[in-house]
Design a protein. Structure first.
Length: 388
């Protein structure tokens, strides 16, 4: 009796297995359609769903490509990109080679190097800015996708050699510097020269995020420069000061001596302004040499803006509250004085390079009104002239 029941159960199990298999295949096909549609949308190309059917010339409904064919097509399209992403992720976020005890990955070391001691507290903003720069060119990137350029493999090889040298010599900065080279070479190989050309500035903008070994010598020169500017600038406002090294004191002892410390040298403001001017130059629609001038103009603007900030501290200490000047105003003057002045001057330089004024719209069309008048007498004579 039990054997007869088991025989009756065989067709039922076979039927259920067939339905479950069809359901799983349909679900996988829909997953492929979703991922493929998203990928083709990003690439700006038409997409034919796997689960849809098509009609042949006779009007009959024919099934679309099989799941295996569609999966292989997607693998051929997105496989190289996935492989590149996994390889870079392993060497930069998986392999522990740098830092104390060689327990830090490359990106882990970079994250720890973005600190106040290296004057790179603004470092975490770089990835967000790079994503924004690429998104700014997203529409043009979609239309510029072309055939593979095998010169990209040569660029990738150069980046790999730099990473290998950094790996052997324990130089994490060199390894981080090789990352834009690897990414740009991969883009050149996968999507062609047009895409690589538009990604060049956004990707190599990441070099500004690499902390240099030491700013001590540059900081010392900036401290002395800021001290000299503060001394002479304060005298323009009637504030007599005495200079001893990087210490500035009041000539009549009205306030306690103030030190132009490392934080007042302007090195942090300089690096932050270089980041802003670099991003500005990437999106500016002008010649390459003009972009370079716009980017490098951040150096004198940062020195000028920091000098005005330090001068304002001594002026407020002389004519106002010295304690408030050395504490509250010292902490907030960068945000309230340095950046507004520096950004306004940067806007003026941009406008001069474009050949216009900041408040004028570039490329605005001028409308000229032309009034055409006709003589009434001429119209009357022409109407009274008999026809031939």
């Amino acid at each position: 009796m039990r054997s007869e029941r088991a025989l009756w159960a065989v067709p039922l199990i076979s039927f259920m297995g067939e339905k479950i298999g069809s359901f799983v295949e349909l679900g996988c096909a829909r997953i492929v359609d979703t991922v493929g549609g998203l990928g083709n949308t990003l690439l700006g190309k038409p997409f034919r769903p796997l689960t849809s059917s098509s009609k042949n010339t006779a009007g009959a409904t024919a099934p679309g490509p099989s799941f295996t064919d569609r999966a292989l097509a997607m693998l051929g399209k997105f496989g190289p990109l996935v492989v590149v992403a996994l390889v870079l992720w392993w060497f930069y976020a998986g392999e522990q080679r740098f830092g104390s005890g060689r327990q830090q990955t490359t990106l882990g070391w970079l994250w720890s190097a973005w600190n106040s001691e290296n004057d790179f507290e603004h470092g975490p903003m770089f990835p967000l800015i790079i994503v924004g720069l690429i998104y700014h060119r997203y529409a043009r990137l979609k239309g510029a996708v072309g055939n593979a350029n095998f010169l990209g493999l040569l660029v990738v090889l150069i980046g790999a050699v730099l990473y290998a040298a950094a790996y052997r010599t324990l130089q994490p900065r060199v390894a981080v510097g090789a990352l834009p080279i690897l990414l740009w070479g991969s883009a050149l190989y996968l999507w062609g020269w047009a895409v690589a050309r538009m990604l060049f500035l956004p990707l190599f903008f990441f070099w500004l995020a690499i902390p240099l070994p030491s700013f001590q010598q540059a900081t010392t020169h900036l401290q002395l420069m800021a001290t000299s500017f503060a001394h002479h600038g304060a005298s323009l406002f009637g504030v007599e000061t005495l200079v001893q090294g990087n210490m500035i004191s009041s000539a009549d002892g009205a306030w306690e001596p103030l030190e132009i410390a490392k934080g007042c040298s302007g090195i942090r403001s300089l690096m932050a302004l270089l980041m802003i001017s670099g991003a500005w130059a990437c999106i500016a629609e002008m010649a390459l040499w003009k972009r370079a001038v716009l980017f490098l103009s951040a150096i004198p603007l940062a020195i000028l803006g920091n000098s005005l900030r330090v001068v304002s501290i001594f002026v407020i200490a002389e004519y106002g509250n010295a304690e408030w000047a050395r504490t509250t105003w010292h902490d907030w003057s960068g945000l309230l004085l340095f950046y507004p002045i520096s950004l306004m001057l940067l806007l003026c330089i941009h406008s001069l390079l474009e050949g216009g004024l900041p408040w004028e719209k570039s490329g605005a069309r001028k409308v000229h009104r032309v009034v055409v008048t006709r003589s009434v007498a001429a119209d009357v004579n022409s109407s009274n002239t008999p026809e031939a």
